[in-house]
Design a protein around this ligand. Structure first.
Ligand code: DC
Length: 231
């Protein structure tokens, strides 16, 4: 009988390297990857397109309940399809990230997306990254990782990511925006960014994504994950 594989929860603040590390781990173990931040981003984007204010909790929750998500590996990484349309690039925009953080404070929005995430995790063999994965979405996951990195290192990574896409933003502005987002994500009542009591902390300051992923894969193997026969 084929083994389903573990559920691996990866949480951490903005630009801690969660997405890159989670993708590498999923690829190596042959697991599915679920980017829950993309779901909050897609909800914010769809709300704006439908003229629903980000502060309208019930209105945004209704938008979230209607979205259909597909995640697909591509040559450059992972494509996010929302209602069948590839929205990968738009979802990464700075203002959409701020919108995601704004809509993520609403309990009915979180309830809608958490239910979807839990359904997607049901069969195991999944790596999921976000803020509340180890605490709320998969509290029984056999491997929970909390990724951290110094504020300066995270700002440097975000600056590089933006300048690779041709967007020049002053470094100080990036630091301020990251701090504001972390504050909002950590201080909301519903599903705040919080380290699960049984999470393994991996500080990625000074580590490459490959090095951080190798640590997570090492722990996953200790906890019963198996490398696929044909990676
Ligand atoms: O990881 P990210 O930057 O793509 O996430 C965007 C925002 O979505 C983040 O600021 C907070 C919110 N979010 C959340 O509240 N819970 C999650 N599981 C994932 C993201």
């Amino acid at each position: 009988m084929a083994e389903a594989g573990l559920c691996i929860a990866i949480d951490g603040p903005a630009a801690s390297g969660k997405g890159t590390v989670a993708r590498l781990v999923a690829r190596r173990l042959g697991y599915r990857y679920l980017d829950t931040g993309a779901m909050y981003r897609a909800t914010a984007l769809a709300a704006r397109e439908q003229g629903v204010s980000w502060s309208d909790a019930d209105g945004v929750a209704a938008v979230a309940r209607q979205l259909r998500f597909d995640f697909r590996w591509s040559g450059t990484g992972l494509d996010v399809l929302v209602d069948g349309r590839d929205r990968t690039r738009q979802l990464r925009a700075q203002d959409v990230g701020e919108g995601a953080s704004a809509v993520a404070v609403h309990p009915p929005v979180r309830a809608a997306l958490v239910a979807l995430q839990q359904a997607m995790a049901q069969d195991g063999g999944v790596v999921m990254d976000g803020r509340d994965i180890g605490t709320v979405v998969m509290p029984d996951a056999p491997l929970k990782v909390f990724l951290t990195a110094s504020a300066e290192e995270r700002a440097r990574r975000r600056w590089r990511e933006l300048s690779d896409r041709g967007t020049r933003v002053p470094f100080g502005q990036i630091v301020a925006e990251l701090e504001a987002r972390d504050h909002q994500d950590s201080h909301r009542k519903a599903g705040p960014l919080r380290q699960a009591g049984d999470a393994v902390v991996v500080d990625t300051t000074g580590l490459s994504a490959e090095q951080a992923a190798a640590r997570v894969i090492g722990i996953a193997l200790e906890r019963g994950a198996r490398l696929p026969d044909h990676p």
